[in-house]
Design a protein around this ligand. Structure first.
Ligand code: PHE
Ligand code: NA
Length: 445
């Protein structure tokens, strides 16, 4: 069977941006920035995006387009009879782990979307509401199932009829929703303190944790280190340019993350709430904000619709990595495979889901099950995958070949020596040093 291609460059840019823009931008970025001092995190995060994220993004898309394979097949094709394919396999495993808890969080978003219509009354205790929801069993399970079902339906329909069709509708809606929310947030009285927190860096707040969180967030947000961009790149027509498209994806993803900070921090400060609330920022602090503003239910609905849409267009890329692997390598039928794998991932998501009630005694380095999944994915799997991909290109396949392939058909942007230098030395060394220091700190601290 002929392998599918995106029908246009725009189709590819939207799909890859849809993968990139997700819970990472709207849920994770603001809360990680909030717990790391705001502006200073934003600064280090941008450095990580440019010097680590960008070269790895180009590399993954290049490997994909060159080989026209899923991550495992791609490494097998470029490095036959070597163990390099294990890097791809690590990515497929990461796809399972990430999607399973990603869908649980996205399910909370769906719940809050409906809750906004009826339940964000002033005076509600939103911490109680949130904890009550996540530590119950059936409601989160139901929404997790609904979200996985939506994801599976898109992937089952195929690359063009599923993924591309859905992102073309949803990505513009997402953008409009965000603009409305930013306008609302910035026009609240007292918004200035939020801007100050977000934009004026306090350098005394830098620690190893800041770098660690910034690098992990850079990988997660750009969908790197697990082969999603290899897979999406593999559907890019040979006539299109990688470097021209990658810039848009990087720009959109970074733009949306920065913008969601503008939607969230001014509002949080305007109501005198804590920006360092952690993962609850989206689900406790923001509902409290909405409950206090005029038409809050409406804006709450818009916000959680935005979150759910962003999550869906990312979840499909996570599932696509696993499905593409099984379809390419074993010639399994696409639709059936999507449903079966989707169901298995639904099951893998049950421990983090029950982690707040039935498994509430569970603790790993002081984290609950969902945080543990997130930690394994973001601090171990993605940076390791990214580091190995950089080493593969820099020291096995060769940056000359990568540069030539990445620049093919490029009209605007071309990469060269700086890219090569970053991939060969900067990316692997930076990741290695920061991981080693963190492990050292965890063990000794
Ligand atoms: N980039 C997505 C986000 O920011 C998450 C993701 C990670 C998607 C890895 C695919 C692969 O939410
Ligand atoms: Na993202």
């Amino acid at each position: 069977m002929q392998r599918e291609n995106w029908t246009s460059k725009l189709g590819f840019i939207l799909a890859a941006s849809g993968s990139a823009i997700g819970l990472g931008n709207i849920w994770r970025f603001p809360f990680v920035a909030g717990t790391n001092g705001g502006a200073i995190f934003l600064f280090i995060y941008l450095v990580a995006i440019i010097f680590i994220g960008y070269p790895v993004l180009i590399s993954e898309m290049t490997i994909g387009r060159k080989t026209e394979r899923n991550p495992v097949g791609a490494f097998k094709k470029l490095a036959p009879d070597t163990p390099w394919w294990l890097v791809g396999a690590l990515g497929v495993i990461a796809g399972f782990v990430i999607l399973s808890y990603y869908s649980v969080v996205a399910g909370w978003g769906l719940f809050y979307m409906l809750e906004s219509v009826t339940g964000l009354a002033p005076g509600t205790d939103f911490a109680d509401l949130f904890v009550g929801h996540i530590s119950s069993t059936y409601s989160p399970l139901f929404w997790h199932f609904v979200f996985m079902f939506l994801t599976v339906s898109v992937i089952g329909a195929g690359v063009v009829n599923g993924i591309q069709r859905v992102v073309k509708v949803l990505m513009p809606i997402l953008f409009v929703l965000l603009v409305v929310l930013i306008f609302r947030s910035l026009t609240l009285e007292g918004a200035g303190a939020g801007l100050e927190f977000y934009l004026s860096p306090d350098f005394s707040q830098i620690s190893l944790q800041t770098f660690n969180d910034a690098i992990s967030q850079a990988f997660f947000t750009l969908s790197l280190g697990m082969g999603a961009m290899i897979t999406y790149g593999s559907y890019l027509s040979q006539d299109e340019s990688i470097t021209d498209s990658a810039g848009y994806v990087l720009g959109f993803d970074t733009g949306i993350a920065v913008l969601s900070g503008f939607a969230i921090f001014p509002a949080v400060f305007a109501f005198g709430l804590d920006p360092a609330a952690g993962p609850g920022l989206t689900f406790i602090t923001l509902p409290a904000v909405f409950s206090q503003m005029p038409l809050g239910g409406f804006f709450g609905f818009l916000f959680f619709a935005l979150l759910s849409i962003a999550a869906l267009t990312s979840a499909i890329s996570l599932l696509e990595v696993v499905v593409a692997y099984l379809v390419d390598e074993f010639e399994y039928p696409r639709k059936k495979t999507s449903y079966i794998i989707g169901f298995i991932i639904f099951l893998v998501g049950i421990p983090p889901l029950l982690g707040y009630s039935a498994l509430s005694d569970f603790s790993f380095l002081g984290m609950d099950v969902l945080d543990t999944y997130d930690w394994i994915a973001n601090f171990i799997l993605l940076p390791t995958g990214g580091m190995l991909t950089a080493i593969f290109i820099g020291h096995y396949w060769g940056t000359d070949k990568a540069v030539e392939e990445a620049n093919r058909n490029s009209m605007k942007v071309k990469v060269g020596n700086i890219y090569s230098l970053l991939i060969k030395y900067v990316v692997p060394v930076a990741i290695f040093v920061i991981m080693a220091l963190t492990i050292y700190q965890t063990v000794t601290g």
